[in-house]
Each structure stands twice: as C-alpha cells, then as structure tokens.
Write a protein that binds this ligand. Structure first.
Ligand code: PMP
Length: 550
C-alpha cells in the first residue's frame, strides 16, 4: 500500500506493504523531551531504553580497531562467530550467523522464510520489530497470547521473545522444545536478547531441532548497543541460508573486533541490574503496585491510566516506556532509581530503609543554576565505568580517568554557558561531584578513611592524599607551565578541586608537577581517583578516628 513517506508524483513506486504496516517508532530524543517540558537535557533520567545506564568498555585499544578503515571487514566474520559460538556454548561456528544487531537478523529471517502467502505468528504483546519485518515481506500476521501449536499450525515463522519484552516473563525450554517438535515445518525464532538477566536459554536444543533459531545481542547485558552486533544460532544448513541472504559486510571492523573481544571475556552489568530490578519491584509491590516477576533488565508495571502516569513522570524529567496497559522501567544506578521510586510514591520511609539506602552508597545530584544544568549519578562500589559529557573534552577525559581509577561508576551530563567561558561548568561539575561523594558516603561509617596514591605519567608525577573525616580542607598544588589544554583553562582546575573537596567534606592534598600540562593534570586526577578508592573502601572494623568521629 503505502511507504513511510508520501510518494511524490512521478517518483518510482515502492514495493507494496500491507495496510497494517507501520514503521518502527523510536522514543522521543532527549533534547525534544527536555524542550517540551522546559527542562535541560541534564535534568532528564531515561528509564525507557532497556539498555544499561553506562556503556560497556571496549577491551581492545580503540586505535587498534580503527587501524584499517580503508579495508572491508573479513566477510565471513570468523573471529566474531568463533567468539559467539564459544560464549553461547556451541561447538561449531558454522551454527552462527552475525548481523548488525538482532534487528538485522530479524529482517534476514523474515527475508529468508516469509513472503506473500506465508504466515507469521507473534506471541504478543512483544517487541514490535517482528511484526514490522514480517509485514515488510508481505507475510500475513496474527498475534496469539501464548505459544500454542494448534493455533500456529499454518505458520511459516513463529516469533517468540524469551524473556519477553515488555513483560519480563519467561517460558521454560521444555515448553519451547515441545512446541518446536510439534511443528517441524515451522521456523521457531526465540529472541534471547535479555537471556543474561535471568532467562533459560534454548541454545542447547538447537542441535536436535532444525526448526529452531535463537537470537542474541551485545546491546543489552554487554552495554554495546551503539556497536550494532547481534548473532543467531541455528543448525548449519539454516545458518547458511540466512548468511546467504545477509548483506556482504553488515558489521564494521571496529564493531566486529570489539564485539568479539567482549564475547571472549564478558564483562556485563547483569548482577547490579538484577539487584536493582528486584529492589525496585519489591518497593513497588510494597507501595501497592502490581508487578509481575521479571527475568529481563526491566520491570513492567500494569496501570489503568498508564499514559497519564507516564506524562506525569515525564514532566518531572523521568522517562519510562509507555504501553496501553502499563509502563516499563529499566533500572539505572541506585541513586537514580530512588528518584523514580520517590516519584511513584514508593520511596523509602523507615529507618531500616534509610540504612539500606546508605549501604547502596549511590547518589544522584541534579542541579540547575542560571549558568549551568547538570546531573551526576554516582555509585561508589562500581566498575570504574564512566559516561562524562560536559562539553569540555579535556574535563571529560580527566573525570573519566579519575572514575576508572576510583572504581566508582559515574554518569555525568552537564550543559553550561560554554559560549561565555568554561568557568561555571568546570566549577559546578566538580562541586556537584563533591556533593555526590558526600551523599553517597552518608555517615561514612566503616570506611577506610585514609587513602593516598602516587601516579607518574611519563615525566610528570602526582601525589594525592585523602582523609574522609568531615573537616574540609584542600591543599592543591598543580604546577602547570602553560594556560590551557584543549578547551580547558588550567587555572580553573585547582579552584574546582577545592570546591570538590569542600562540598564532599574531605581533606584533600594534591601535588603535581611535570613538563607537559596534559600529563600533570591527568596524573593529578588519576592519583585523586586512586586515593579516593582506598579511602572509601568499607572495612570490617568500622570507623577509624581516635576522636571517635567518622
Ligand atoms: N530483540 C528484542 C526483544 C529487543 O527488545 C531489542 C531492542 N530493544 C532487540 C532485539 C534489538 O537488538 P539489537 O540492538 O541487537 O538490534
């Protein structure tokens, strides 16, 4: 019938799609949501994306993966397929088909097994791309509520998401196996995008079931959605049919290399996300919400007035995914989740709750002034992951390195009056980071208290010493030889580090000197990160001050 855009008179006519076809709709971009509600982008927390709050860290040097951009990828993607096979527990890499995300593989499967006159069944409600890909191929589609072989008898393809998006529910491998055995002429696609968060994989069944295809992705547990890497697992003859129909080189060289490295030594956020998912669900249940158990990285909350609730949250800068029957929440760092729970009337109230909140050692600081708007989400006991976007590249670099050394997780977004100069942004960011540290440490009970580090960087050398006792004092001596590194006036750094110290309520001494200002600053922030890591560590013996204060 119609394509996505109106066809101009005289323009070539696209292939028809059925009347039910509608293209995929992305969630509204952050900047548009902010503008709609008169907020700054930094004031918005996204719980709507089903991706981890922080990016996965590439395990091979970026320079290495970008070294051969004049060449095409190796088109069989052998390295990536071998890594995926080993990760998924499949002996033969010929069972693996790779694609630019699971979405690409959904399209390839539809292209391979669906056409006009063929039928696709969708176990709904579920991920909308199955429907879109099936309709693009002009297949007829029908939705069913449960995986039922009788209803699927005439289907060429059955799409099943397990655990399911958006409900988080899962089916057992036994149910899936008996369905696949009952309909040997039907291709059963089991999308395991969220399997790492608590699903039960059916990959071991593939060897015995030629009509089973399993989809996987690096977009969820691995935190690499921007790379666009997915893979399918099927028997070799099915895999060969799919590969024959994919484009010659759908995955870029950097994506394939980083993806293969990630699959070889997985570093995922699963544990933290599952803990927060279950905590959020328990808090919602306690507050009277209904909330099915979830085995994915999100929670579905059935609500009669879902749209109104989503609107209300959005106006406060809290974005959840809206559905006709409820809202879907993807956990972020603990401090962020507390902001959402409070907005849903499920915040912590009693002393025991407050003690539990303190034990999470996480804080979210949202601040707007006439000059800047910023948000900092900090989790002290993290993995050294950082997403820092201040608009000042060198400051981002310094805070990313400091976070890496500190072992915390940090999501920092700032928008300031950089058109005037960077003064306000630098100072406000460091001051708010100090606040976040102060809040995340709470009463500081049981911390090591002291930390120190010496960090050389080529000819430069920095020392940092930290005392978490609440007697704010800063001695910052950074011996720079010039005025700027990149977009950052170096004279701002000592003052900003002082603000950090005062807001956090620490004592901080930093000395750094060398010939190259970049090295001096970098060594100073790394040393501070390492000293903070030591000082913030929780000891079993409790507070260490002869005066009895923490
Ligand atoms: N499958 C499901 C069930 C999903 O929810 C999503 C993304 N939200 C995808 C696949 C897409 O994965 P990819 O990023 O690998 O294309």
């Amino acid at each position: 019938m119609m394509s996505m855009d109106p066809v101009l008179p005289g323009a070539p006519t696209p292939r028809e799609t059925p009347p039910a076809f509608a293209p995929y709709r992305w969630a509204t971009p952050l900047a548009d949501i902010a503008a709609r509600h008169g907020l700054q982008p930094a004031q918005i927390l996204r719980f709507d994306g089903n991706v981890p709050p922080l990016p996965g860290v590439p395990q091979i040097p970026l320079s290495e993966s970008f070294a051969r951009l004049n060449e095409y990828p190796e088109g069989s993607y052998r390295e990536l397929r071998e890594a995926a096979a080993a990760y998924a527990g499949v002996a033969d890499p010929e069972c693996i088909v790779v694609g630019a995300g699971a979405d690409d593989l959904i399209a390839i499967i539809a292209r391979t097994y669906l056409a006009k006159g063929r039928r696709a069944m969708i176990v709904a409600p579920t991920y909308p791309v199955y429907r879109i890909a099936s309709l693009v191929e002009n297949a007829s589609i029908a939705e069913i509520g449960t995986l039922d072989a009788v209803q699927c008898r005439a289907a060429a393809v059955v799409w099943l998401c397990n655990p399911n998006n958006p409900t988080g529910e899962k089916l057992s491998p036994a149910e899936i196996a008996s369905f696949a055995r009952a309909l040997p002429d039907t291709l059963l696609v089991v999308d395991e995008a969220y399997v790492e968060y608590g699903g039960d994989t059916v990959v071991p069944l593939v060897a015995a079931l030629p009509n089973l295809v399993v989809l996987r992705t690096l977009s969820k547990a691995f935190g690499l959605a921007g790379l666009r890497v997915g893979y399918a697992i099927a028997q070799p003859q099915v895999a060969a049919e799919l590969t024959a129909r994919r484009s010659p080189a759908p995955i870029t060289i950097p994506s394939a290399r980083i993806g293969a490295a990630a699959l070889r030594s997985p570093r995922t956020d699963v544990e933290e996300t599952v803990a927060e998912r279950d905590r959020i669900r328990a808090a919602l249940l306690a507050a009277g919400y209904e909330c099915p158990e979830s085995f994915a990285n999100f929670i579905f909350v059935p609500l009669a007035a879902a749209a109104a609730k989503a609107d209300e949250l959005e106006a406060r800068g809290l974005m959840v995914r809206r559905f006709p029957a409820g809202i879907r929440i993807t956990p972020r760092l603990p401090g962020d989740n507390d902001v959402l729970l409070a907005a849903l009337g499920a915040g912590e109230a009693g002393a025991a709750d407050r003690a539990a909140a303190e034990a999470r050692r996480s804080a979210t600081v949202i601040r707007t002034t006439t000059e800047t708007a910023l948000r900092i989400s900090l989790k002290l006991d993290g993995k050294g992951r950082a997403r820092v976007l201040t608009g000042i590249g060198f400051l981002d670099h310094l805070l990313t390195l400091m976070t890496f050394q500190s072992g915390a997780d940090l999501d920092l977004l700032a928008g300031g009056d950089l058109d005037v100069d960077e003064h306000h942004t630098v100072e406000d960011v460091l001051a708010a980071l100090g606040d976040a540290y102060g809040q995340a440490l709470g009463a500081r009970a049981g911390v090591t208290r002291y930390g120190s580090a010496v960090v050389p960087m080529d000819e430069a050398r920095a020392t940092a010493a930290v005392d978490l006792v609440k007697r704010p004092h800063a001695e910052i001596a950074l011996a720079f030889t010039g005025d700027r590194v990149g977009g950052l006036a170096l004279s701002l750094l000592p003052h900003a580090l002082e603000r950090f110290t005062m807001q956090a309520g620490f004592t901080v001494h930093i000395d750094a000197a060398g010939d190259d200002d970049h090295h001096v600053a970098e060594a100073a922030f790394k040393a501070l990160g390492r000293a903070l890591k030591q000082a913030c560590e929780v000891t079993s013996t409790g507070v260490r001050s002869t005066k009895g204060e923490a």
